[in-house]
Design a protein around this ligand. Structure first.
Ligand SMILES: Nc1nc2c(ncn2[C@@H]2O[C@H](COP(=O)(O)OP(=O)(O)O)[C@@H](O)[C@H]2O)c(=O)[nH]1
Ligand SMILES: [Mg+2]
Length: 435
């Protein structure tokens, strides 16, 4: 069985689905068959939501479900029409859609078995080309030009799902810029920004293999089409999972999961620290990202949390992100000093050679918004311009604190600024490895 998180983070783009150009009766027939095959193999809230996405795209009106006897005749006419041979495309599209929705080799095989039982021997032989193509990336799809885009979508998801999941956990004191950093890494405002009032819980953010314009959200509600409103309004009391395409600086097809934990020193909710420490103790993760506010180091709460982390998290997993370095007045000496200072403080707490990543998470987020063509408010545009000017000065160039990162003459503004603000170096450390 496919891992639940693979299904949850699968990407499906129906904007150019070939059936949407067909007559309404055909679309309806097609949808009913698709629903029949999908439900038979996998009937859960996720596949129900996917089917809803197809309904909307194919403009299917609400109606009571048709009986199975009718479905058989329906399949016959759609799959196996001698009078209208061009209809053969339907069965190929159907198979691709079933595969995309259930995302599981065994279930796909079972559905294929039933679907092909409606075909003649000759049709079955031809159809085998598609079934091979779905399984084997090296199989030739040139004969399936009319379904190539759909095969490609499925293959991308399948390859993605076969990889291991790289998990990163993020911890910080309140207001260090944890949410801003996560949003900058993802390139979208997905991390919760206000959490003081609720119980707080870990939030799991999964990437998708390509942009399909949809955000999946699971907490007390479940949707694969979350709007901004839902993302900012729901309760964080429960465990929350979100899946969306991560707009990384360099495209990656690694499966990623960023685990967001509540800020540890909430004045309103004492439980936050406990929840974060529990997540740090029990979750599996490759790296723990500890966000430090460079302008507010050494508070008692910070030291207490650092000490706990030092005693409970393996040292080699730690990445310290030193944030808000845009805020330094006479930058150069200050930034260098600040990094040295943090290094020494961390050494005293038992982190012998800490990996410290200086950054301006807020500028990084603005850069990502600009790069992704996101709507920016006038204030955000002004701030971007201000930071742009600031980070042109060599003193603010944070790339020099990262190994093997330097700006080059041909770099675009986005690329050069993402290097200077520290985000490029951090993403290289997080996603740049070979596995
Ligand atoms: N100057 C500056 N402010 C930042 C930066 N990152 C975050 N902030 C601000 O710090 C405040 C707290 O940020 P937030 O991401 O909500 O912190 P969290 O509580 O750790 O999640 C917000 O007002 C952010 O705009 C940064 O890199 N530079
Ligand atoms: Mg936050």
């Amino acid at each position: 069985m496919t891992e639940e998180t693979v299904l949850f983070a699968s990407a499906v783009d129906l904007s150019r689905h070939p059936m949407k150009y067909e007559k309404s009766k055909r679309r309806e027939q097609y949808y009913l068959i698709l629903e029949y095959f999908v439900k038979k193999q996998l009937d859960n809230k996720f596949t129900a939501a996917r089917l809803q996405q197809y309904r909307a795209k194919l403009q299917i009106k609400d109606q009571p479900a048709k009986a199975d006897t009718k479905i058989t005749a329906n399949i016959q006419s759609m799959i196996n029409s001698r009078v209208q041979p061009w209809r053969k495309k339907y069965r190929y599209w159907l198979m691709c859609d079933i595969a995309l929705i259930v995302m599981d080799g065994q279930l796909i095989d079972r559905a294929a078995e039933e679907l092909t039982s409606y075909m003649t021997k000759r049709q079955q032989q031809k159809f085998a080309v598609l079934l091979r193509a779905l399984k084997d990336d090296s199989a030739d799809v040139s004969a399936l030009a009319f379904a190539e885009k759909m095969v490609e979508q499925y293959r991308k998801n399948r390859r993605f799902g076969e990889q291991i999941l790289h998990r990163y956990i993020v911890t910080a004191n309140m207001s260090a810029g944890k949410s801003t950093l996560i949003n900058a890494l993802i390139g979208k405002p997905l991390a919760r920004t206000s959490q003081e009032v609720c119980t707080g819980n870990a939030c799991y953010l999964y990437n998708k293999v390509f942009e399909d314009g949809r955000i999946h959200l699971e907490n007390d509600t479940f949707t694969i089409n979350a709007a901004h409103k839902e993302l900012s309004n729901f309760s964080w009391d429960r465990k929350t999972s979100i899946a969306a395409y991560f707009h990384t600086l360099e495209h990656t097809e690694k499966r990623l999961c960023i685990i967001d934990t509540p800020g540890v020193n909430s004045a309103v909710n004492r439980n936050h620290g406990k929840i974060s420490r529990e997540a740090l103790s029990t979750e599996a993760y490759e790296k723990a990202i500890y966000v430090l506010n460079a302008n507010k180091l050494g508070t008692e709460e910070e030291i207490a949390h650092l000490r706990w982390v030092s005693e409970n998290v393996p040292k080699e997993k730690m990445i310290f992100v030193l944030n808000k370095l845009d805020d330094f007045k006479a930058a150069d000496d200050n930034i260098q000093d600040s990094i040295e200072g943090v290094k020494n403080d961390l050494a005293e707490l038992g982190f012998e050679r800490p990996l410290i990543c200086p950054i301006s998470a807020y500028f990084a987020l603005l850069i990502k918004m600009k790069a992704g063509g996101a709507q920016m408010t006038e204030d955000e545009q002004d701030e971007y311009a201000l930071y742009l000017k600031k980070f042109m000065k060599p003193a603010y160039d944070l790339s020099k604190y990262y190994e093997n990162i330097q700006t080059e003459a041909g770099d675009s503004e986005i690329l050069s600024m993402s290097k200077k603000c520290g985000l490029y170096g951090l993403e290289k450390i997080l996603y740049g490895g070979t596995t």
